[in-house]
Design a binder for this molecule. Structure first.
Ligand code: BES
Ligand code: MN
Ligand code: MN
Length: 455
């Protein structure tokens, strides 16, 4: 193992240069104009996977973007890892807020800035380099490994569940490894054992067939902007509790031992507020910030649009109002069931004087693992070797829809070992990845394969 770690240390600078090439491809899955780049990125990953010594590398078509597959199955008798990651990235707007171009990776103050650096190209690349180091030094891996890198995670992984169901035997493994989450804080590596789920909707209200003069018509009909605001105001009470009837029925309450463990984490509320410019925190009464974001469901407005929003003033009564809203879910809330409850509630509270259209968008199930499984223990040892410190156990507020599918369809536990930092601007301008976390992550990944081989 030491020769593998030496190799990684010697090749530090080369890894950054290679990662820059991957980060240069604008593989934005949400924007049809980038379909060619998404395809090109899949091909780049496939080429890289061949270069590092994986076999059977291919793009597997789906009705959407291809899944990149590659494996190395030469460790007979050893366990098999199914590695999952995504090569697609979020859009970059607002572009003017980026300090360097999003697809020209730039290193500043020990961070590499680019869209996809943390989420998720940089973290996938750690594993490519970990495999390469084993192959270059030993000509083999200590475990069997199958890589699937998808291109639709940031738009909800719509075709991935079918892909998994239709490739069950090819994907057979002992454990899933994913690096698509965060570290608890700088210097505090972590293993994530829970993710929230998601249901996402667009609500459209129409009050008239066209915008109207707000003097001539104001007062005669419902203003859809106002109606939407009133509807949204009925989603939560003043204590931050969601008012959709039945919403909390299946929520698994936090265990006392989790609450106690989380209370010991080095979390600094003052710094959190300062880092993100938050005047005062707000959330569900009776829970701490970590509990609110990791273990409690929430309802959020993701976007709002109605009427005149340009410079100056315009006296208009808008015909339309639109909101994008989503709910983060926790075990054992079911997205389909929550979606039905939400739709019923919207129809119930919508004034009869507007036309309402509710459109369901993407989502996924919540997930939680028991953290005494042997693979998680193996990851703990690997992380300690890479980062010089034992990891803490966390849950996260974000969602990776496929993790529950791995459990349900393939019966596989997942180990989530992520190296992103909370302030690394995933999905926002100036996304970045700490270069030393990237480097230590390569070492930890290489050691992880070794540790899993021994479970
Ligand atoms: N890597 C994130 C998920 C994540 C975020 C895990 C923070 C742990 C901490 C992933 O790429 C993501 O952004 N997922 C989306 C899923 C959605 C599009 C269905 C999310 O959470 O919004
Ligand atoms: Mn991600
Ligand atoms: Mn993401």
């Amino acid at each position: 193992m030491n020769n593998v770690i030496d190799f990684i240390n010697v090749n530090r600078d080369r890894y950054l240069e290679e990662l820059k090439a991957l980060l240069a491809i604008p593989s934005i899955s949400a924007l049809p104009a980038h379909a060619g780049d998404v395809k090109r990125c899949a091909e780049w990953c496939a080429d890289e996977m061949r270069r590092i010594g994986l076999q059977n590398v291919k793009l597997i078509d789906t009705p959407g973007n291809p899944v990149v597959y590659g494996d190395w199955l030469g460790a007979s008798g050893a366990p098999t890892i199914l590695f999952y990651g995504h090569y697609d990235v979020q859009p970059v707007d607002p572009l003017e807020l980026w300090e360097s171009p999003p697809f020209e990776a730039t290193v500043r103050d020990g961070e590499i800035y680019a869209r996809g650096s943390a989420d998720d190209k940089g973290q996938v690349f750690m594993h490519f380099k970990a495999v390469e180091a084993h192959m270059k030094q030993n000509g083999k891996l200590p475990v069997n490994i199958k890589f699937i890198i998808e291109g639709e995670e940031e738009v909800g992984s719509a075709h991935l569940d079918d892909f998994i169901r239709s490739h069950k035997s090819e994907l057979a493994a002992d454990v899933v490894v994913i690096s698509d989450s965060g570290m608890f804080a700088r210097g505090v590596p972590s293993i994530c054992y829970g993710l929230r789920g998601l249901v996402y909707f667009q609500i459209d209200l129409r009050g008239s067939s066209t915008d109207l003069h707000s003097g001539s018509f104001g007062g005669a009909l419902v203003n859809p902007g106002m109606a939407l605001a009133q509807m949204l105001a009925q989603m939560k009470d003043r204590g931050g509790r969601i008012k959709i009837p039945g919403f909390y029925d299946d929520v698994v309450e936090l265990k006392e031992e989790e609450r106690q463990a989380w209370a010991t984490l080095p979390y600094n509320e003052k710094k959190y507020k300062k880092d993100f410019g938050i005047p005062k925190l707000f959330g569900e009464t009776g829970f701490t910030t970590l509990e609110r974001t990791w273990a409690r469901p929430t309802f959020e407005v993701n976007g709002l649009l109605s009427g005149f929003t340009g410079e100056g003033a315009k006296t208009v009564l808008p015909a339309l109002a639109m909101a994008k809203v989503s709910m983060r879910l926790v075990p054992n809330q079911d997205p389909d069931k929550i979606a039905a409850l939400f739709e019923a509630y919207v129809n119930d509270i919508a004034p009869k004087s507007v036309e309402v259209k509710v459109t369901r968008m993407h989502g996924g199930k919540p997930w939680m693992a028991s953290y005494d499984n042997p693979f998680i223990q193996a990851a703990g040892r690997a992380i300690e070797k890479g980062f010089g410190r034992k990891p803490v156990f966390t849950r996260e507020g974000g969602s990776i829809p496929v993790v529950s599918t791995f459990q349900e369809e393939l019966g596989l536990p997942s180990v989530l070992f992520g190296v992103g930092l909370p302030d690394e601007n995933a999905h926002a301008p100036n996304e970045k990845l700490d270069v030393s976390n990237f480097h230590n992550g390569i070492i930890a990944s290489a050691v992880l394969y070794d540790e899993i081989a021994r479970t």
